[in-house]
Write a protein that binds this ligand. Structure first.
Ligand code: SF4
Ligand code: SF4
Length: 477
């Protein structure tokens, strides 16, 4: 049980204070005492959140149709939609940069229900396909595609299907697999990986009071519901902040520390960098972008026309018929009926943009990695590629926040902000994300040991961030 050499984590922030057990005293005992007292109340918070969840998802389906001019002040459906996309989504995204995955541990009723089901469930061994690192990536992509084709942001039925369906699946997964754990949160939740990657940007981290050497890997022998090997914890990704390991006055468990947002990614080489996370950032940002881009691409309707005509010429008339309502938006009462052609066109565009995004960002980061090695970088090409890949996280975060939190600016508009000012605010957020990404790439290259030629190595990665920012700019502005 060797301590990690000091040199190995010299550029990390909080972990240096806990290295080798030389400083086991907590830096924030007051915060830890408050958090440990909060812990027993969390199940009650989850019950309240479950009731809110039910009200926001189920009630709107049974309310009368909203009038064209309805607002969240006078219409239940619009209010529920606003609470979801104007309050919940922005709060989760903002909070992850400040406090990490506090949404998961403190408030999320879905993860809590999955864990409750686990306590009374079959406790079977988790299948290998669930533990496969690509599973949460697929989960995110499938839900994003389904959310887009069913119109999750516009129709309460689709919102209930997507959120209610994942809730039911979380309970089933919890009932089937694992022993006093959250298999759903660790491996399957569609937004778990998203929150996990962005939590690495967060200002709060929980560090072992006493480090042990060895890789930060999944283990069954832990009190942690997401299988974290507590004394070897290096990464924030899987910590859902359930507070169970905060044990004030003990030498075991984790201690609370604070850091500058982004610091974990700046020194990612010491915090379990993972190529699967990079694949997720590249694919996830791309598929979400595709969900907005098809609405604004000027040539989308021409492509749709060409594809539709070709199918009709082949005698494939089914392409012009509406599909099942669980798969695509079929709401004649709201003048929106997708046909199979729309389904394939939307899903196809999103998958194509996702592939293109992954290609562009991969080439950009690979070029930066190659140049980093030429300029004195010590890591292998793949290691450098993975580490530089994390620099795309901030621009992706800002873009996703603007894209998914569609109602973010609604109250500001009601308070007198003009549409132009809203557009400027969104543009400023994307610009901020781009600047942060470039800065992050600079710091990661510094950590890779790149000396004088760092500007050169930075260029391709910055070009990748620019392409991502420009594409989102076009999609949401
Ligand atoms: S991982 Fe998903 S289900 Fe689990 S607590 Fe977080 S948001 Fe909720
Ligand atoms: S590391 Fe601690 S706070 Fe984080 S999920 Fe595990 S037990 Fe909960």
């Amino acid at each position: 049980m060797n301590a990690i050499p000091i040199k190995d984590i010299s550029e990390t922030s909080a972990p240096t204070r806990f290295v080798g057990g030389s400083d086991r005293a907590s830096k924030h005992p007051g915060v830890e005492r408050i958090l440990s007292r909060l812990g027993p109340w969390l199940p009650w918070v989850h019950v309240v959140m479950f009731l809110v969840f039910l009200a926001v998802l189920v009630v709107p389906v049974y309310l009368p149709e909203s009038a064209e001019q309805a607002t969240f002040l006078d219409d239940g459906r619009v209010l529920a939609n606003y609470l979801l996309w104007g309050v919940w989504f922005p709060l989760v995204f903002f909070s992850v940069v400040i406090t990490g995955r506090s949404w998961c541990g403190f408030l999320c009723p879905m993860g809590a229900a999955s864990e409750l089901a686990n306590r009374h469930g079959l406790k079977m061994q988790t299948p290998a396909w669930v533990r496969w690192p690509g599973t949460p990536i697929l989960s995110f992509i499938i839900i994003t595609l389904l959310g887009q084709t069913t119109g999750v942001r516009d129709h309460p039925e689709a919102t209930l299907e997507i959120f209610g369906g994942t809730f039911v699946m979380a309970v089933i997964v919890g009932w089937l697999w694992g022993r006093n754990k959250r298999v759903w949160c660790r491996h399957l939740c569609p937004i778990g990986l998203l929150l996990g990657v962005f939590a690495r940007l967060g200002a709060v981290q929980l560090c072992p009071r006493k480090w042990k050497s060895g890789p930060d890997e999944l283990t069954d022998k832990t009190i942690c519901p997401t299988y974290i090997d507590l004394p070897r914890k290096r990464a924030t990704r899987h910590c859902i902040e359930c507070l169970r390991c905060i044990l004030p006055g003990h030498t075991a468990g984790l201690a609370v520390s604070f850091r500058r947002p982004g610091q974990e990614l700046e020194s990612i080489r010491h915090h379990a960098p993972d190529g699967w996370e990079i694949l997720f950032i590249f694919l996830g940002a791309g598929v979400a972008l595709g969900g907005f881009l098809w609405l604004v691409l000027p040539f989308y309707s021409d492509w749709r026309q060409v594809a539709g005509t070709w199918f009709i010429e082949q005698g494939q008339y089914w392409i012009g018929k509406p599909g099942p309502a669980w798969l695509m938006s079929v709401h004649p009462e709201r003048r929106e009926v997708f046909r199979w052609l729309d389904f394939f066109m939307i899903a196809g565009t999103m998958v194509a943009v996702m592939a293109l995004s992954a290609l562009v960002l991969s080439v950009a980061c690979l070029a930066s990695a190659g140049l980093a090695r030429l300029q004195g970088g010590t890591a292998s090409l793949f290691q450098a590629f993975v580490q530089i890949g994390y620099s795309q996280a901030p621009v992706a975060l800002m873009a996703l926040m603007i894209g998914l939190a569609t109602e973010l600016f609604t109250p500001f508009l009601r308070l007198g902000m003009t549409a132009v000012q809203v557009s400027n605010a969104k543009a400023a957020m994307i610009f901020l994300g781009w600047v942060w990404s470039v800065w992050l790439a600079w710091r990661i290259l510094q950590g890779l040991g790149v000396g004088r030629g760092r500007w050169l190595a930075l260029l391709p990665s910055a070009a990748g961030s620019s392409a991502m920012a420009a594409a989102w700019w076009m999609a949401v502005l």
